[in-house]
Design a protein around this ligand. Structure first.
Ligand SMILES: [Ca+2]
Length: 409
């Protein structure tokens, strides 16, 4: 796996084909190495004001294994069910019990989904009123033509155990010029709107400059109103930053200048935390505000990357946290601000990981700055963090197929 990852950074095609044939997906940013960049600086990692937290990652459901899990969530439906998204295009459902011995197939759209490398069924979010309307939303990639699809499915009843793939209603699609950097997270904010992360379209260095192009779907956080029919099967929230603009900016845009926002979450204060995968040098954590420009490809984290042809006069917002590749870290996986009961030391901290190194950290926000501490040295190939209805936190280990949780060491 480690070898694949390092190949993945240097040899895009080889790594992806290897990953596809081995069944091991690479959710990494893959790009040709550049040698002309100066060394990057990460903020001082001294964990001031924080005491050591020693945890280990353990298998949350020892009897269950999933195929390349990339999402863990629940439906807020009063049941104890949880859902795991498998990258190839299947959603599994099971009772949230550590002794659970089988997981049913909730939805199987493997025949619609193109998967492998960074493609696949990448996101799942249940409508806030799922119990009443049975709606849930997914984000997946397809081929012929290669696109991202954001669509809705409908459960015939809230408690239904299997969903008819024919219930799909597409909200929108957009082209993917390259196979990598697909973002793919979908989640609802407390405002009731659906947030969608999109990557910059892929390749390396954002050759189409999609991140800064406000007429493109790519390199963005989108926000739409799924309860409106203004645009067919969704609408534009009244306070979206480009609503009604005459400059050709996409009205769906909430924020932009992202490279590959790989996993995002809201905290209890309503802050949107995004892990944005870096190019060759720096991984970043952003707190994303409405209308914000997070810099890519002009900057990689807080360092210059490619300012050529940039006519933007925007203020570029630096990450709240960033880290370099110096210690074998390669690709950030955004996490969640912990609000559960089982790990009191983590409460209020943003827990995230590096997919390649397996390190897990807890970041303590201090205004616009942060302190960070390592809490697990090697948890696995962490592709996503999720929560159950009690707000306990789980980690998806793509390689082992296990769902992990953190416990005292
Ligand atoms: Ca950035």
């Amino acid at each position: 796996m480690k070898k694949l990852i390092m190949f993945g950074k240097a040899l895009v095609t080889f790594a992806i084909s290897l990953a596809a044939t081995s069944g091991v997906a690479l959710l990494l940013s893959v790009a040709c190495q550049r040698s002309d960049q100066s060394a990057s600086m990460a903020p001082d990692s001294a964990a001031t004001g924080t005491s050591a937290i020693a945890l280990k990652a353990v298998n949350a459901y020892p009897k269950l294994t999933f195929e390349s899990p990339v999402e863990y969530t629940y439906a807020e439906d009063g049941t104890n069910r949880v859902f795991v998204v498998e990258q190839a295009g299947r959603i599994r459902v099971f009772d949230n019990n550590e002794n659970a011995s089988s997981a049913g197939t909730y939805l199987d759209i493997r025949n619609k989904v193109a998967h492998g490398g960074e493609m696949g069924l990448l996101g799942l979010a249940f409508h806030p009123k799922f119990s009443e309307n049975g709606f849930f939303y997914v984000n997946y990639t397809k081929d012929n033509p290669r696109q991202t699809v954001v669509s809705r499915f409908k459960a015939p009843s809230a408690g239904a155990s299997t969903i008819d793939p024919a219930s799909e209603v597409v909200l929108f699609t957009f082209s993917q010029p390259y196979s990598n950097h697909n973002g793919g997270k979908v989640l609802f904010g407390s405002d009731g709107y659906l947030y969608v992360s999109t990557g910059d379209g892929g390749s390396g260095g954002d050759p189409q400059n999609n991140g800064q192009n406000r007429s493109s779907w790519l390199g963005k956080i989108l926000r739409v109103d799924v309860n409106s029919t203004e645009k067919g099967n969704y609408g534009i929230p009244a306070d979206n930053p480009f609503k009604g603009n005459k400059e050709g900016a996409r009205e769906e845009i909430y924020a932009y200048g992202l490279r590959n926002p790989w996993r995002m979450s809201f905290d209890e204060k309503g802050q949107l935390w995004v892990g944005d995968v870096g190019q060759n040098k720096i991984e970043e954590i952003d707190i994303v505000a409405k209308g914000g420009n997070y810099g890519w490809r002009v900057k990689e984290a807080n360092q210059p990357f490619n300012a050529a042809n940039s006519t933007s006069t925007d203020k570029l917002i630096d990450p709240i946290w960033q880290y370099t590749h110096d210690n074998g870290d390669v690709s950030v996986t955004g996490g969640v601000v912990y609000r559960g009961q089982n790990n009191p030391a983590l409460r209020g901290k943003y827990v995230f990981a590096d997919f390649a190194s397996g390190r897990v950290w807890a970041l303590t926000q201090n205004g616009s700055k942060a302190d960070n501490q390592e809490i697990v040295s090697k948890a696995g190939s962490i592709s996503a963090f999720g929560e159950d209805q009690k707000k306990e936190m789980y980690l998806c280990d793509l390689s082992s197929g296990h769902i992990l949780k953190l416990a005292a060491r």
